[in-house]
Design a protein around this ligand. Structure first.
Ligand SMILES: CC(C)(COP(=O)(O)OP(=O)(O)OC[C@H]1O[C@@H](n2cnc3c(N)ncnc32)[C@H](O)[C@@H]1OP(=O)(O)O)[C@@H](O)C(=O)NCCC(=O)NCCS
Length: 174
């Protein structure tokens, strides 16, 4: 892992062959990540890179959440106006590199950015739009995320986004 670094996407990064096994995440990275970042400024994509290849990516943006959307246990003492959060919109690792700690490395970067955000201009936690597939949900639960909403009666094959949340106070220091 020592030679794998997380850094901001560059316009000349080759994204054409990226394949995580998740079609929507792959299409976004190949076709839209650069224009969203460099032209529209909708968010920032960071890549895990070994010097030659992009092995994984994550896309984040600043967002907000209403207090009523937080789990009841997390609402105490918070005010009733939009609360600042860091949104983890997408995270994926290339199939060739899965299971080597790169997802964890990218998530650590998300946590570090959320702590900096909390210190610089406020952040009550991180919200991730997990695809409501058992594997993505299990991955985020491992790191302390909890589901914000229970999806009932949706058993179709197309995954629905499932928002999950981790409060800033529960984010591991390192
Ligand atoms: C899910 C995904 C991001 C994980 O990345 P990865 O680099 O393969 O995972 P890592 O090697 O960093 O694993 C970190 C830890 O999470 C665990 N883990 C990995 N995938 C997991 C899963 N699907 N469910 C539960 N735990 C998982 C690992 O066992 C490891 O645990 P450890 O620290 O105790 O050893 C990656 O497999 C992927 O891109 N999958 C396809 C796209 C996807 O589903 N993205 C989810 C966002 S919606």
């Amino acid at each position: 892992m020592a030679d794998i670094k997380v850094r901001l996407l560059r316009s000349d990064d080759d994204r054409s062959g990226f394949e995580s096994g998740h079609m929507d995440l792959d299409r976004f990275f190949r076709q839209y990540a650069a224009q969203n970042q460099f032209r529209h400024h909708l968010g920032a994509t960071y890549v895990a890179h070994d010097g030659a290849h992009v092995l994984g990516y994550m896309t984040i943006s600043a967002g907000h959440i209403e207090i009523d959307d937080l789990p009841k246990s997390r609402r105490k003492k918070l005010p009733h106006y939009p609360l600042p959060i860091l949104r983890l919109a997408r995270l994926a690792v290339d199939r060739s590199a899965q299971g080597r700690g790169i997802g964890k490395l990218l998530l650590r970067s998300v946590f570090e950015i959320s702590r900096n955000m909390a210190e610089s201009f406020g952040c009550v936690g991180v919200v991730v739009d997990a695809k409501a597939e058992a594997e993505a949900v299990a991955f985020y639960e491992r790191y302390g995320f909890e589901a914000l909403d229970v999806i009932e009666g949706k058993l179709g094959s197309r995954p629905e986004p499932l928002p999950m949340f981790i409060p800033i106070g529960s984010i591991p220091k390192r």
